[in-house]
Design a protein around this ligand. Sequence first.
Ligand code: UDP
Ligand code: MG
Length: 333
Amino acid sequence: MLNKHPINVSIVVPLYNEVESLPRLIAAIEASLKPTDLRYEIVCVDDGSRDGTAALLKQLAIERDDLRAVLLRRNYGQTPAMAAGFKVAQGQVIITMDGDLQNDPADIPALYAKLQEGYDLVSGWRKNRQDDALTRLLPSKIANGIISRVTGVKLNDYGCSLKAYRSEIVEDMNLYGELHRFLPALAFIEGAHIIEVPVNHYARQFGQSKYGLGRTFRVVMDLMTVFFMKKFLTKPMHVFGMFGFASMSLGIILGVYLTIVKLVLDQDIGNRPLLTLAMLLFLGGLQLLSFGLISELLMRTYHESQGRPIYRIREVVGGDRSSETSDRTEILS
Ligand code: UDP
Ligand code: MG
């Protein structure tokens, strides 16, 4: 176990045009972690910057042995940049933060300590957030409320990049779109124990924010994906099947009623809106049902192609595995 993780903490930082902040950031992380006896590495991911961040990062990584640089070929966005960092990180614990000095590396030891209390994910809460009130704080407050409700993981601050994860949790998750902010929700789907702790937050000193109001829309779309994954990933037929079945049944009932009207009461039904409704309900329901079946197939491909079980084991206690396997070989031979 010790050999597998000689490094205790990996600090993963995505960087896009943060050349002024970078040296200060590295110095601040070092100042925060050197005094502790944690073995750490800094994994900085340059996300296709155009301001010299890449060159500086490369040079720093050659000079220092606590820094590893990952240089992406172009600008992919914060989530892919973080995913690239996760891929390279070797620590038992992975801590993510922004590279613009808005997060405070001095909070890292506290997050690490909290994780050791038995949590799988510790999320930072920018209680005293230093961003524009109207364009950032208000949308963020609304978004956090909605995301908490929909995902079932109540956090005050989903957007805070400063988070600590047990590495197994990160390994289990695939990231797409703007999904990094939903990592707690995704981790929760994987059965993680999650807690939130207040952290410092500062106004941006250098460069400018890469996001505006447009992010809100993308976040809402991603939220729908997460909601679906949480509820129905392993049982899509339950949702599509239910609606499809209800709609089809209603269509059939209306159809039977119209047939009786036509055959028994001998009235015209060709011009009745009810006929159109019955047809729509029946066909719509049929489509939903078929869609549910196709989703079941896709879901099986999704899980089986990646060798993903539909459950996550926290731990298995008792029994000695080595003797178990040798017993079995004896019986077989
Ligand atoms: N970032 C990135 N790729 C991008 C956009 C942003 O790696 O395409 C990084 C950026 O350098 C910073 C972090 O993601 O370290 C957060 O970005 P920003 O500070 O602009 O977001 P805000 O704090 O304004 O929400
Ligand atoms: Mg920022």
